[in-house]
Design a protein around this ligand. Structure first.
Ligand SMILES: Cc1cc2nc3c(=O)[nH]c(=O)nc-3n(C[C@H](O)[C@H](O)[C@H](O)COP(=O)(O)O)c2cc1C
Ligand code: SF4
Ligand code: SF4
Length: 250
């Protein structure tokens, strides 16, 4: 049985969660769905298992990550779908991921929701996943391998609605005077939205507001609008006030 972590993690929270789930698994291969213009060539078998992890953006998964997932030839590979969110809500993310995983030919045997620090509004879920979250996630990972060992192919009941929630308009980061045009953000943008020859220019139509460019800029030259973040922060304050637990659907 080959084991895979298939991840879309612009700012690292989703990756932390996927690695915590697979802490007790040996020889896990990473597949990164966040590389723009990469041709994904991956063919799996029914004896393999994959953890497929994506962040929740506005209660759904990033479309670009879902589209890249469907490039994989899963051939009935077993999978666990994982929605990572910033403690507000993940709404329809898991059912949407389930549908796209099935479309790629995966056999969905479990689903997990987990909280990581909010990648725009860092005051929410700050520092998560905590050590105790990671411990719980590793336990989930072990339970999943036990299910595989028992050849239990039962389908989990996954929360969420179809049709899915409509993703709202995102916040597009702006570049400031500190930018020295090093090009790092253009190289690493998962959507290929930053012009390589002039990283000051963003294609607004391509940007998915994932915040990677803000996160990785060594000069802290990219930022989202301060006023908009205050408004967004107030809008979700109540929903974020109670810390949510990681959940396993198996
Ligand atoms: C555009 C965008 C939309 C988001 N929407 C939600 C949301 O609806 N609910 C929520 O709880 N967190 C939301 N978050 C927070 C992320 O889901 C969370 O921080 C996640 O860990 C980010 O994954 P990453 O660190 O792998 O990039 C959003 C973040 C971004 C950038
Ligand atoms: S990473 Fe920062 S400094 Fe480098 S091009 Fe992008 S915005 Fe400019
Ligand atoms: S330009 Fe948009 S899509 Fe690209 S890294 Fe920045 S926020 Fe993400």
């Amino acid at each position: 049985m080959n084991k895979y972590r298939i991840m879309f993690s612009p700012t690292g929270g989703t990756e932390k969660v996927a690695k915590a789930i697979t802490k007790e698994w040996d020889n896990v291969e990473d597949i990164d769905l966040s590389i723009a213009d990469k041709n994904i060539v991956l063919s799996l078998t029914k004896d393999d298992i994959a953890v497929i992890a994506m962040p929740s953006f506005g209660g759904v998964a990033p479309q670009l990550a879902l589209d890249r997932l469907t490039k994989i030839r899963a051939n009935n590979c077993k999978c666990v779908i994982v929605a990572v969110y910033g403690n507000r809500a993940y709404e329809d993310t898991l059912v949407q991921m389930e549908d796209y995983a099935i479309k790629a030919g995966f056999n969905v045997i479990a689903a997990i929701s987990a909280v990581a620090e909010h990648s725009i509004l860092h005051q929410y879920a700050t520092g998560r996943p905590y050590e105790k979250d990671c411990k719980k996630l590793a336990e989930f990972g072990t339970q999943i391998l036990e299910k595989v060992d028992k050849k239990d192919d039962s389908k989990p009941k996954i929360p969420g609605n179809r049709p899915y929630k409509k993703a709202g308009a995102g916040m597009i980061p702006k570049v400031g005077n500190l930018c020295n045009a090093c090009g790092l953000c253009a190289d690493k943008c998962p959507a290929g939205a930053i012009v390589k020859s002039n990283p000051r220019i963003i294609d607004n139509g391509k940007c998915i507001s994932c915040m990677r460019c803000v996160d990785i800029c060594p000069k802290q030259a990219r930022k989202v609008d301060g006023f908009m973040t205050v408004v967004a922060s107030l809008a979700i304050k109540k929903a974020c006030s109670v810390p949510k637990n990681c959940e396993l659907f198996i």
